[in-house]
Design a protein around this ligand. Sequence first.
Ligand code: SF4
Ligand code: SF4
Length: 101
Amino acid sequence: MAFVVTENCQRCRFTDCVDVCPVDCFHAGEDMLYIDPEECIDCGACVPECPVEAIYDEAQLPDDMQKWVEINAEKAKSLPVINESGEPLPTAEARKKELGF
Ligand code: SF4
Ligand code: SF4
């Protein structure tokens, strides 16, 4: 089991989650982040940090989001590790509003 980043992170990438992660399990794609399930130690520290509630415990992932388990595992293999927060994408604030946060 691991934690999983889902679609709310797309076009957002606030990266608040990255600073609290005790291990290097976040990987940065162009429009969102992914968690490497091999590295994640299931601490849950990242969940309350995400302003758009994009991160789930795999065990509590809703049925319509199950695809993200595989996507996180696959994407994390090839994308670079990100372990410091950076500038959110320019679309982040608009996306956050659109999502109702
Ligand atoms: S804080 Fe949430 S939206 Fe931002 S990068 Fe992390 S998972 Fe994505
Ligand atoms: S659950 Fe913990 S180890 Fe896993 S991604 Fe979140 S902060 Fe990192």
